[in-house]
Design a protein around this ligand. Structure first.
Ligand code: AMP
Ligand code: MG
Length: 436
């Protein structure tokens, strides 16, 4: 029943070109407003402020072993007998006037305690035998051994974490060490998730014999959340122009629109046509990959002046001509294609909108467990199982029926990357993996 309107000019690109296009656009997006949250609520969020050392790290010369603080020159010849002046444990402060190590002297010291004045090394307790106020030491030490000098890790005022970095558990430890109980992060971008297809039904409805539950809205919402966005799940769009257009317009009110389904060449694949009606600009309408070949990336509304930005901008001259673009991705509807193309392309845009400095896509390497034969021409990202203990990791393809096989993902824990020119990869070769 559909009347055909012209499709946008097809633009099929290599995987690498598709990535570069997304990265180039991601660099130019503006993150949202800044908000201040409790440190732990900042987990996974992008820092809107740099975290700076509020004092030297460590704040004092800190012993890294239990033993005796000594002057290394007193142990030039061993065994040596030294006079024990006392003991410092973690939390004690050895006042230089009261506790400093002179020639022929030592102070008992515990890991984490400040090194007393005069000492220039710590000798481990394993090489010392103390009796009363005397200790006999069996081993020499070099100056600087077994303690970290004050400020050696970072100086007061030094930047520890950059703005635009995702706060992970290590970042939380760093912020906590700098006394930041609250941190400034960027507002999460709102990402509309729009599933399309006459056969797609809500997951709590009883599906008819030819109907498919809408798993994509849920996997995408989870991936959006994981990337640092807030997912806004829209109603399911039928394969009908009017309603599809309405829902696309609703989605374009968010910071980013993710569509699934309806981007192939079928008679009822209307997504590109409707986006074309909305004057979308298409950066690519396909990538030479499997799964996910029909993936689409573009934007709507380019060129319209961003009045809101201009009014709020401290520098109106630089912001006034900024085009008010809304990006979208049309992801293929097959569930595995949807997930893979999200990780390959959409994640980067969400991270950028969330305030993260764009990062290159990182692939791990592992040895192939059993030979692969495939056709050339597409870069493949196939569900695979990484196994083996400790350094003996190896990877093999998971059994699957193709990009609709969601059950295969239960057996897989990564995607194995097959370069487009390879027909055969032998067991034992090193291959690239995308972790999921
Ligand atoms: P399409 O990309 O629209 O041609 O859809 C490709 C395949 O993915 C079809 O078999 C659809 O039934 C399936 N599919 C499309 N959308 C969804 C969805 N939201 N959840 C699960 N499967 C879907
Ligand atoms: Mg469809």
């Amino acid at each position: 029943m559909s009347t055909s309107s012209p499709l946008p000019v097809a633009r099929m690109v290599s995987f690498e070109e598709a990535r570069h296009l997304v990265e180039r656009h991601a660099v130019g997006v503006c993150p949202g407003a800044v908000e201040t949250v409790d440190l732990l609520a900042g987990l996974g969020r992008m820092l809107a402020e740099a975290i700076v050392a509020d004092r030297d790290f460590p704040p004092f010369a800190r012993a890294t072993r239990d033993g005796f603080a000594v002057r290394a020159e007193d142990l030039a010849e061993v065994p040596a007998r030294l006079e024990v002046l006392g003991e410092v444990k973690a939390g004690d402060w050895p006042e230089p006037g009261k506790c400093s190590v002179g020639r022929g002297q030592a102070v008992g010291i515990m890991t984490g305690a400040p090194l007393p004045a005069g000492a220039d090394a710590v000798v481990m307790v394993e090489y010392a035998a103390a009796a009363g106020t005397v200790v006999e030491i069996q081993r020499s030490v070099k100056p600087g051994e077994n303690y970290v000098p004050r400020g050696a890790e970072a100086r007061a005022g030094q930047q520890l974490l950059d703005r635009g970095r995702r706060l992970d558990h290590a970042g939380i430890a760093i912020a906590a060490s700098a006394g930041k109980s609250r941190v400034q992060v960027f507002r999460k971008p709102r990402v509309a998730v729009l599933s399309t297809g006459d056969e797609v039904v809500e997951i709590d409805a009883a599906p008819g014999p030819a109907e498919i539950r809408n798993s994509n809205s849920y996997s995408l919402a989870a991936q959006v959340q994981n990337a640092g966005g807030e997912a806004v799940r829209l109603a399911i769009a039928p394969d009908e122009r009017g309603r599809l257009r309405q829902l696309i317009e609703e989605g374009l009110a968010c910071d980013l629109l993710l569509l699934t389904g309806g981007v192939s060449m079928g008679k009822y694949d209307l997504v590109e046509q409707v986006l074309g009606e909305l004057k979308a600009e298409f950066y690519f309408t396909g990538a030479e990959i499997q799964p996910g070949r029909p993936v689409v990336f573009g934007s709507c509304g380019a060129g319209a002046p961003a009045r809101v930005l201009a009014a709020n901008s401290p520098s109106k001259r630089t912001r006034v001509s900024m085009p008010h673009k809304k990006y979208f991705f049309g992801l293929p509807g097959n569930p595995v294609s949807t997930m893979v193309t999200f990780e390959l392309f959409a994640r980067t845009m969400i991270e950028a909108l969330a305030g993260m400095t764009p990062q290159p896509l990182i692939f791990l390497r592992a040895q192939l467990k059993s030979e692969i034969r495939t056709k050339t021409g597409l870069k493949r990202f196939l569900p695979a199982v990484l196994s083996g203990e400790f350094e003996n990791a190896e990877v093999e393809l998971a059994r699957w029926q193709g990009s609709s096989d969601i059950a295969a993902l239960a057996r897989a824990n990564c995607y194995l990357v097959i370069p487009p020119e390879r027909e055969r990869i032998e067991a034992g070769e090193w291959v690239s993996l995308l972790m999921r």
